[in-house]
Every structure is written in structure tokens, then in C-alpha cells.
Design a protein around this ligand. Structure first.
Ligand code: TRH
Length: 380
């Protein structure tokens, strides 16, 4: 029997969940669908545990969903490097590990998995080789993306099928709402999930929903936005809090494990998401979305959002595209989301159709894990 290829994935946690969210998703898929032996080196197990509660904080080594999870300690343990080494989001590999890679007779394939961006330059950089300045090693840049010619997006096998089965199964949806301690949304009530960074536009958006013509149920997983929700309602918000104002009901949910968060995205009519991984999952949910991009120094994120809007809006009717742009930009500027809401809402039917088509279109470029395996196999 041929020996299984080994992969090491290295992941530091910057200040949020996205890096480990993506790293773990990739690791799981490589192990489950590609028969690979995957070690995931994680610098911060407590952040990891929030998205995957079965992670044990005290263990140096554990197996989680088919992935060997190793604590990334300093000094780094003396281990034999894997056949493929993935450095997620430019986290620097331990010096001793790089030296061990260089000393191997057959050098590992070294991948730098980059952040997601729709900017055109990504096409020119995806797959580029960068020889190490001193050592006999080459690092390859692998870029996720929304178009062919990039690495695509993470999507486990059967995702679209499971999502549409859930969305078409009233009993499954009811079961999910019940598991959150909630009844089904009432007819005509808009279910919205809200996951974002601190955002000055929160009060005006909540006010627009409160005054709106139709009822809104807003579900907020615990996180950085809670102080603003508390300030709007004049009461401290925490998991389990319920606030009502006019046509708006806000419920704060406990932060949930990754798979359950997917169900929330599938069950809602509209999802406010952020960063990278929830942004991608909301696209796979095939529902309209509003993106709070991770703000970068010197405003580099504005080019990223413009680039994404350009491709996302290309096939949207003009008015719907204009209102979508207006709400997304207002949301990211932290001003003007209230007035933008009414126009966005009027175009909901077109935005819903578009979200379904967009998810189908994205799936045509293959999934990131399979694209990455294919890329590495050619180099091995
Ligand atoms: O947490 P984020 O803001 O992460 C960000 C981005 O990845 C960004 O690109 C990066 O530069 C920055 O961190 C440092 O948002 P993101 O990417 O959406 O990751 C959130 C993860 O948390 C995602 O895997 C979904 C998961 N999640 C849960 O598991 N449960 C929850 O209840 C929620 C709300 C999210």
C-alpha cells in the first residue's frame, strides 16, 4: 500500500478567528477528502477552541476531526518536516523547521497560503515561485480567489447539496431555530445574522430596522459589536439577551462552533459577515450578504472591497447593484447605512436571485483544497 503523503499546516492567530478558521477548514478537508496525513500547528489553542469546542487546551498533541493538532511551541520540537508545508497567511515558520526542510534530500513543497482578495494583481501572483535567499528551498504563493486562474475558495465536498437540502427542509430549519431556543421566524419577518467588527453604523442600522415596515429578527453572535448593541438599547448585552424596539428584535447568541454558524447563515435571509472565512461561507449560503472587511492600515482594504464589488455586481441589475454598493460602502465607512437600507431592501428579490447564481458560478472554479493538492502533486 503506498504511504500517505504528509502535510504540515502552520497557523498563528492574529487577533481574530479567521486564520485558524481557514487553517482548520483546510486541514480537515485535506485529511477527509484527499487521504492525507495532516498536522496542524497552532500557536493559540484557546481561539481555536472557540470555533471547535472539542479542542483540549492542555494537550500538546491531539487528534481533532481526523487532523493531528499540535501546539506550536517555542523552542519548536525536533520533528521531520512533511512532504508539503503550508505557511498560512505569511506566519513565519520556526527557524529550526526551515533548516530541517533544507537538510532533506527531497525538499518539501513549501506553500505560502495567502489572504483572499479579488484584486486583479492576484492573477499574476498566484502560483509564483520565490527561491529562498540562502537555502536550497523554494516557496510558492498560493492565492485563494473568486475567478479561474486563482486557487478558488475553500468548500468541502457536498457543501452545496447539504446547504440546499437544509434550506428546502422546513423541519430541519425549525429544528435549528429550536436548538437556539427560538421559534421559526414569523411570515414576513426578515431573519438577519450580524457578525462584524466595531462599527459606528450599527445604531443607525438598528434604528432603520426598528422603524421599518416589516419585522426584523437580528441574531448577533457574541463578539466585538456587543458594546454598540448595548449602547443602542441602553443595557448590557450578553449571550441570551433579547431586545425589542418597534419592528426590531435583537437576540444575542453564544458564539457557536463553526458548523453551527454555517446553519445560521443558511437559515437567515440576509447575513452580515466580516473578515475572510465568514465572508466566504456567506457566499456559499447563497443568500444576500453585507461584508465588513478587515480594516487595514493606510486603507488598503478599500481597493479590496472595490475589486470584489466590481465582480460581484457585474451581473446584477443596475439599481440593485447601486443599492448594494451603497449599503456595503456605508457599512464599511460607518456612516449612512440607515438611508442605504431602504433601497437595498427594495431590491431583495433581485439580490436573492443573484446570491444563488453567484454561489453556482463560484463552484465552477473548483475548491481550494483540491486545487492546492493538484498544484502540489505536480511539484512533488
Ligand atoms: O475573525 P475574523 O475577523 O478574522 C479575520 C480575517 O480572517 C482577516 O482576513 C484576518 O486578516 C484577520 O482575522 C486577522 O473573521 P472571519 O475570517 O470571518 O473568521 C471568523 C471565523 O469564526 C469563521 O471561521 C467562522 C467562525 N465563527 C464561528 O465558528 N462561530 C461563530 O459564532 C461565528 C460568528 C464565527
Amino acid at each position: 500500500m503506498p504511504t500517505r503523503r504528509t502535510w504540515d499546516i502552520f497557523c498563528t492567530v492574529v487577533d481574530n478567528y479567521g486564520d485558524i478558521g481557514v487553517g482548520f477548514r483546510l486541514a480537515r478537508q485535506l485529511a477527509a477528502e484527499h487521504g492525507l496525513r495532516v498536522r496542524l500547528w497552532v500557536a493559540d489553542l484557546s481561539t481555536f477552541q472557540r470555533i471547535c469546542p472539542e479542542v483540549a487546551l492542555a494537550l500538546e498533541l491531539q487528534t481533532v476531526r481526523g487532523v493531528e493538532v499540535r501546539r506550536w511551541t517555542e523552542p519548536f520540537p525536533d520533528v521531520a518536516p512533511a512532504d508539503v508545508v503550508v505557511e498560512a497567511f505569511g506566519c513565519s515558520l520556526p527557524g529550526s523547521y526551515v533548516a530541517a526542510m533544507a537538510a532533506m534530500q527531497r525538499k518539501p513543497v513549501w506553500i505560502n497560503l495567502e489572504y483572499l482578495s479579488a484584486e486583479a494583481w492576484v492573477l499574476g501572483c498566484h502560483g509564483l515561485a520565490s527561491p529562498h535567499p540562502r537555502l536550497p528551498l523554494v516557496k510558492y504563493f498560493f492565492f485563494p480567489g473568486f475567478v479561474s486562474g486563482t486557487g478558488g475558495l475553500l468548500a468541502e465536498g457536498g457543501l452545496a447539496r447539504r446547504r440546499s437540502a437544509f434550506q428546502q427542509d422546513a423541519a430541519a430549519r425549525t429544528g435549528f431555530w429550536r436548538s437556539l431556543g427560538l421559534p421559526e421566524p414569523r411570515p414576513g419577518e426578515l431573519a438577519v445574522s450580524l457578525f462584524c467588527y466595531e462599527n459606528a453604523a450599527v445604531p443607525e442600522l438598528l434604528a432603520a430596522w426598528a422603524k421599518g415596515a416589516s419585522p426584523v429578527r437580528c441574531l448577533v453572535p457574541e463578539g466585538r459589536v456587543l458594546p454598540q448593541v448595548s449602547a443602542y438599547f441602553g443595557e448590557t448585552a450578553g449571550a441570551g439577551s433579547v431586545f425589542c424596539n418597534g419592528n426590531l428584535e435583537v437576540r444575542i447568541l453564544p458564539f457557536m462552533e463553526q458548523e453551527r454558524y454555517d446553519l445560521l447563515l443558511w437559515a437567515c435571509d440576509l447575513n452580515f459577515v466580516r473578515g475572510e472565512d465568514s465572508f466566504v461561507r456567506a457566499q456559499w449560503a447563497a443568500k444576500p450578504l453585507v461584508w465588513h472587511i478587515y480594516p487595514q492600515e493606510e486603507g488598503a482594504h478599500w481597493n479590496k472591497i472595490a475589486a470584489f464589488l466590481e465582480i460581484y455586481c457585474a451581473d446584477l441589475p443596475r439599481d440593485a447593484a447601486a443599492w448594494l454598493r451603497r449599503l456595503w460602502l456605508a457599512w464599511n465607512e460607518g456612516d449612512g447605512a440607515g438611508p442605504a437600507w431602504s433601497g437595498f431592501c427594495e431590491h431583495r428579490a433581485a439580490l436573492e436571485r443573484h446570491a444563488r447564481l453567484w454561489a453556482e458560478q463560484l463552484a465552477e472554479h473548483g475548491d481550494l483544497a483540491s486545487n492546492l493538492v493538484h498544484f502540489c502533486n505536480k511539484l512533488l
